[in-house]
Ligand binder design. Structure first.
Ligand code: NAG
Ligand code: NAG
Ligand code: NAG
Ligand code: NAG
Length: 479
């Protein structure tokens, strides 16, 4: 009994297997599928063609007379979702096109073509692939999942994920040969933004479907700890831009303690720091500006804002450049050193001379490699500047310019040395005091002469007395 049943079963398998091979077709939901049905025997026109779906009856049918019929499920508001282009019939091609695929279009279809008294049948299994995301615009840091569904699921298939056409390999992919789906679960970061494609391989056929994910959060700076380079004395913008359309609540800026990743220095933003929105700024642009950067403003800053209950923060580092000049009066030269508050990204320094002609047109002259530059004060005649350009691996990071002062200031006659200055000041004050004393004496003499004019005889006497008094005083001082 058992053996008989088993044989019957085997017979059944062989008969169905032999009757026709099932053709696998993958198609993405929403797109068009073409279900092949080809015949080797060429007849000018077949008498009847019938496409039907398992358990759902006729999909489309053409009768001997040429009349076509559509199954009720395949016509909506007079528009047929399926068609069988007749211009291909003479090539023996009776393939069925299905537009605007739905997940439940997946299943087994059969095509029966009657050519005279020969009936041929093709069986096609249509599998609909669909990729869906838990949220199209998840907020940075929230949980996000991307799921690949295939209807009906091909058990034993291989599933691969691609993100922006690169293979995405991660432990966060939950694929199980026994569960009819594959899911990627991650915390939303910028890395996940892009075109997600699920690639399903099965029996030598491949199907793929895609969905786009756009993580919302900071778009600028794109990564934490971005360095912003600025020359001392110039203005700078610290970028902090959220995804367009977002309005972060309680946005703000802080300066962080040196060496600490998270601790802010309360109330320690530079004086010229401006974080108020200008009228041209969007609600998602919280960039701040510093009008005139001082060397002490260097350090790390943090911009933050709350989106859907998540506090998002972005750290960045302000690197300030300055030029130290050392004037040597002996050699008549100036040594310039390009100094940055953080040099970890700097690979190269270059000094270039910038000159201006009468029209003020800028031209770049000679250049020198290196952090320091020695220029001879004598050789400079025109108004000129030296610019220090500093480079990182990816190219130029910034520059800072030194304006060469007027050459007489360096030529040795008039030193800007501080000790010389004090000596000059002391000397000048001394001269001034003496001058005042002389003036006072002259005034005294003048007054005396006026009195003596009234009593002419008195004049010489008074004069003599005062002279004597002065001499006495001098002698006393000497003792
Ligand atoms: C996503 O990638 C797939 C496959 O590379 C491509 O066919 C599709 O057009 C892409 N979609 C978008 C929106 O870029
Ligand atoms: C300036 O240069 C002199 C000699 O060239 C050197 O002794 C001195 O230390 C330098 N001063 C600074 C501040 O670099
Ligand atoms: C300065 O400008 C004038 C007029 O614009 C022009 O004719 C002249 O050639 C310029 N000189 C230089 C040195 O560029
Ligand atoms: C210095 O940088 C500014 C702004 O990036 C640029 O306009 C200028 O041409 C640079 N100067 C030199 C000499 O490279």
């Amino acid at each position: 009994m058992f053996i008989a049943n088993f044989l019957k079963y085997l017979l059944y398998i062989f008969s169905t297997g032999a009757r026709c091979e099932v053709i696998e077709v993958f198609a993405e939901a929403g797109s068009q599928a073409v279900l092949p049905c080809k015949s080797n025997t060429l007849f000018p026109t077949p008498s009847t063609i019938v496409w039907s779906k398992d358990n759902e009856g006729t999909v489309w049918r053409k009768q001997k007379s040429g009349l076509q019929y559509w199954g009720s499920n395949w016509v909506k508001k007079g528009i047929q979702r399926v068609q069988c282009p007749h211009y291909q019939f003479e090539r023996g091609d009776y393939s069925l096109q299905i537009n605007d695929l739905k997940e439940n279009d997946g299943g087994v279809y059969s095509c029966r073509v009657t050519l005279g008294n020969i009936v041929s049948e093709n069986v096609v299994r249509l599998r609909i692939i669909k990729v869906s995301v838990s949220q199209s615009f998840p907020i940075w840091g929230s949980d996000v999942s991307v799921t690949c569904d295939v209807t009906p699921w091909p058990y034993g298939a291989s599933v691969q994920w691609m993100l922006n056409n690169n293979l995405f390999v991660s432990r966060s992919i939950i694929s199980n040969r026994n569960t009819p789906k594959s899911t990627v679960r991650e915390k939303a970061t910028a890395r996940l933004t892009g075109n997600w494609t699920c690639v399903v391989g099965f029996k030598g056929k491949e199907g793929r479907a895609s969905a786009v994910l756009s993580v919302q959060g900071f778009i600028q700076p794109s990564t934490d700890n971005t360095k912003v380079y600025v020359a001392v004395g110039s203005a700078v913008t610290l970028p902090c831009v959220f995804s367009p359309g977002l309005t972060p609540s309680s946005p703000g800026w802080e300066k962080l303690k040196p060496g600490s990743l998270f601790k802010p220095i309360p109330g320690h933003l530079p004086l010229s720091f401006s974080q108020s929105l200008s009228s041209s700024q969007h609600s998602w642009d919280r960039s701040a500006s510093l009008k005139e950067v001082g060397f002490e403003d260097e350090g790390r800053y943090r911009c933050s804002g709350t989106l859907q209950g998540q506090r998002l923060t972005r750290n960045m580092q302000l690197v300030v450049a300055k030029i130290n000049s050392n004037i040597s009066k002996k050699k008549g030269s100036v040594t310039l050193t390009c100094q940055l508050s953080d040099t970890t990204e700097v690979t190269d320094y270059e000094w270039v001379q910038v000159t201006y002609d009468v029209n003020g047109t800028q031209s770049v002259g000679s250049s020198h490699k290196g952090k320091t530059l020695s220029i001879s004060s004598m050789s400079e005649e025109k108004r000129s500047e030296w610019t220090c350009r500093f480079y990182g691996k990816g190219g130029i990071l910034g520059n800072i310019t030194y304006h060469v002062p007027l050459m007489s200031g360096l030529s040795g006659q008039k030193q800007t040395n501080s000790s010389h200055n004090t000596a000059a000041v002391i000397g000048l004050s001394f001269l001034l005091v003496i001058l005042l004393l002389i003036l006072a004496q002259m005034y005294k003499n003048h007054q005396r002469r006026k009195k003596a004019f009234q009593y002419p005889a008195m004049e010489t006497i008074v004069h003599n007395i005062s002279n004597e008094r002065e001499e006495r005083a001098k002698r006393q001082v000497k003792k």
